[in-house]
Design a binder for this molecule. Structure first.
Ligand SMILES: Nc1ncnc2c1ncn2[C@@H]1O[C@H](COP(=O)(O)OP(=O)(O)OP(=O)(O)O)[C@@H](O)[C@H]1O
Length: 218
């Protein structure tokens, strides 16, 4: 498994503790350095908090986080890479596109953020991969939920990530759009070779998408 996560963090009255050594989680059918790992658990279990710890947005009280062999955080040896050096592509529940930028400029935002040496996919290739050519001049407010999520995935890919963090990316979509974006995520998983950490509380989604499962809470 690409994600090695052993963290503890207190948030108010809640204590989040997760121990998922890369080699002991349930794992099957994973190839190369990619694969989709599901962080699965009920509401309030701490899934988003763990994702934020992997992204470098929330500091664990103690522990160690490594992705594809690269250590991002290790309290014992004082390693704590800042978010921009972790090179995570983050996809949220609701897309969170910049409302004042057209689709093309939302995509270019990710591209401009990436140091040139870290860019491994270009704008044209991303647009073709996601089938969003016809949306390039649209404003985010005119997009359907599924279209917005495709653009959000494109923006994340164009930031040159070494791995993707996806926080319930289907939860704001209706059934038809969920199926559409499920297929996009399957193609990202199977064709791009990027490790993906995918938050969900939906067992059907996890069964369909996950190569490995990290249970949390419940
Ligand atoms: N800043 C904070 N201060 C106090 N408690 C917090 C803070 N942030 C999160 N929590 C609590 O930590 C717990 C975990 O929250 P988190 O959002 O990580 O859960 P989750 O599993 O992602 O939930 P959901 O599926 O509902 O999004 C919750 O009980 C939440 O209320």
């Amino acid at each position: 498994m690409s994600f090695e996560i052993d963290v503890e963090r207190r948030l108010g009255d809640t204590r989040i503790a997760l121990r998922a050594p890369g080699d002991s989680a349930k794992s099957a059918g994973q190839s190369g350095g990619g694969g989709l790992t599901a962080l699965f658990g009920p509401s309030g279990a701490g899934k988003t908090s763990v994702l934020n710890m992997v992204a470098g947005l929330l500091r664990p009280d103690r522990g160690r986080i490594a992705v594809a062999g690269q250590v991002l955080f290790d309290s014992a040896s004082g390693i704590d890479l800042p978010p921009e050096r972790r090179r995570a592509g983050y996809v949220f529940q609701d897309g969170r596109l910049f409302p004042h930028r057209r689709v093309r400029d939302n995509l270019l935002y990710g591209w401009r953020l990436a140091p040139p040496a870290e860019r491994w996919i270009g704008i044209e290739q991303t647009v073709e991969f996601l089938g969003i050519d016809h949306l390039m001049h649209r404003w985010p407010r005119t997009l359907s939920g599924g279209e917005a999520q495709r653009v959000a995935i494109g923006r994340a890919l164009l930031s040159g990530p070494r791995f993707l963090l996806m926080d319930e990316p289907l939860s704001s979509l209706d059934a038809a759009r969920r199926e559409e974006i499920l297929r996009v995520i399957e193609r990202v998983r199977d064709e791009l070779g990027l490790p993906i950490l995918y938050v969900s509380h939906d067992s059907g989604e996890v069964a369909r998408l996950a190569c490995a499962i990290i249970p949390l809470g419940g």
